[in-house]
Ligand binder design. Structure first.
Ligand SMILES: [Zn+2]
Length: 489
């Protein structure tokens, strides 16, 4: 039956400043579809916003198309779904405008990864998340102003070790005379298409090429070699994932763009893309994957199962554990420490203030809407009452017959009564501020409980919202380099 079918449309967006790979359009779509399945919706349309970073609505062609589609098909659309509030809009006002527009058409706005619903109080939470997204956006702009971006744009390397074949000195990158020719030779050899990455690794190690970390030298590993042959740096280009920009670097190019492209084609031809997708899939038992870094060398943790005496154990370990000689960590230790942190995590004073502002803002809007409706009704009641008075006068002066008078009078009176009743009903539907606050407190102040009850995708979303730089395992002990200013531990 048509009435029972709930249709949803998806809005997916990749913003250019994004560096986290679990935001890819494919992942967003998968998560959104799963959430819609769970809520019993059928996805009928998908709008994909790719390319340019548009901080405001006007630059978003697909979003505008979506709103237009909703306007035309409002009866066939019950919900608009997006991956995360910051996908929809980073501007608080834009978000509210979109929400308002859709709700006027009777369409729900659903975030697939954030725990808020479409109840009046769930809406407050939605606004809260939009507030976080906006703050995050503003902090990003601030960071850019701080000069990192300027440095990058001038073609200087911002951070990290120099690539193999180069050396870093006082913020500038130079040709490393000891390794330059060997790495260049390796590129040429790779471009012949006759060597596998493993063979290249062995050859390059035989030539004496090494990675040095903290003044210690290590043999090249397959991943390192692979990364070298994927790096545009060697063509003289600097690539920033953060700004999604490429600029001409100040360093000397080792190889030509043509040679680089040739190697990319060779690598692409061999690479099985599906294996990449699987690797990035969130794993049920490892919510931490990619969120924790090694305290010894700074590389990310990966995870898996290891055989114990009687049963399998879940472990995390540093991706470079062979180089930094760090031990494997049983997952339960990491999870235990995370639980302790989350149990202590609360809204900060700033977070509380923002919630307060949001609550009052929303409240003020609701009130003025109700007041406006009431004023309109009262105006109408006044008009109808005047008409009735007029009717009575005309009847008295003999202009209307008894029959017409009685008919019209009944009609007018019924209308007046109906208007008076609906005014009273509206008054009943108001929510008190304290009830709203209670709801916010229960969802946001008890982050541990909220977190525990969520699916892994949502858990990851919450963790990366509160702890934007993830965690560091200190062998033992879990630390976090940064916390979202709206929260505190
Ligand atoms: Zn490590």
């Amino acid at each position: 039956m048509k009435q029972t079918q709930k249709n949803a449309i998806l809005y997916l967006r990749v913003s250019t400043e994004e560096q986290v790979d679990n935001y890819s359009l494919g992942t967003q779509e998968e998560v959104c579809r799963r959430e819609m399945d769970r809520l019993g919706y059928i996805v009928t349309q998908v709008f994909r916003e790719e390319g340019k970073s548009a901080k405001t609505i006007t630059g978003r062609v697909e979003l505008i198309r979506l709103l237009e589609y909703c306007r035309r098909h409002s009866k066939d659309v019950q919900a608009v779904v997006f991956y995360k509030t910051d996908r929809l809009s980073r501007q608080m006002t834009d978000y509210l405008v979109i929400k308002e527009k859709l709700s006027l058409m009777g369409i729900k706005l659903i975030s697939a990864t954030e725990p808020f619903d479409d109840s009046p109080m769930g809406k407050f939470i939605g606004n809260f998340y939009a507030g976080i997204a906006q703050l995050d956006n503003e902090m990003k702009s601030e960071r850019a102003r701080n000069g990192m971006h300027a440095r990058f744009q001038s073609g200087l390397v911002c951070s990290g070790r120099a690539q193999l074949g180069y050396v870093r000195h006082e913020g500038h990158v130079f040709k490393d005379t000891k390794t330059w020719d060997k790495v260049k030779k390796a590129w040429d050899l790779m471009a012949t298409g006759t060597m596998s990455i493993r063979e290249m690794m062995n050859i390059m190690n035989d030539w004496g090429l090494r990675v040095s970390i903290n003044q210690q030298e290590y043999l090249l590993r397959k991943q390192t070699v692979h990364r070298i042959f994927r790096s545009k740096f060697y063509t003289g280009i600097l690539v920033s994932k953060r700004y999604n920009e490429e600029v001409r670097g100040q360093h000397e190019a080792m190889i030509s763009k043509e040679l680089f492209e040739k190697v990319q084609v060779i690598l692409d031809g061999r690479h099985n893309k599906s294996s990449l997708v699987i690797r990035n899939k969130p794993n049920g038992n490892f919510p931490f994957r990619r969120l924790v870094k090694c305290g010894k060398c700074g590389y990310g943790f990966t995870s898996g199962w290891c055989n114990g005496h009687a049963k399998k154990f879940a472990y995390y370990w540093c991706y470079k554990s062979q180089l930094c000689r760090s031990r494997y960590v049983q997952a339960k230790f990491l999870h235990f420490d995370l639980d302790i942190i989350l149990k202590k995590t609360k809204l900060s004073t700033l977070g509380r203030e923002i919630i307060q502002i949001l609550l009052e803002e929303e409240y003020g809007k609701r009130y003025s809407k109700i007041r406006l409706q009431r004023a309109k009704r009262e105006q109408l009641i006044g008009k109808l009452t005047a008409m009735r008075t007029n009717l009575v006068q005309k009847h008295l002066s003999g202009l209307y017959t008894d029959e017409i008078f009685s008919e019209q009078n009944t009609l007018l009176s019924a209308n007046i009564d109906r208007l008076k009743i609906s005014t009273n009903i509206t008054a009943l539907k108001e929510y008190t501020l304290s009830v709203c606050k209670e709801y916010v407190d229960s969802r946001l102040d008890n982050i541990f409980v909220t977190y525990t009850n969520l699916a892994v995708d949502n858990q990851k979303a919450i963790l990366s919202t509160i702890f934007p730089l993830g965690f560091v395992w200190q062998y033992p002990g879990l630390t976090y380099p940064k916390i979202n200013p709206l929260f505190e531990v």
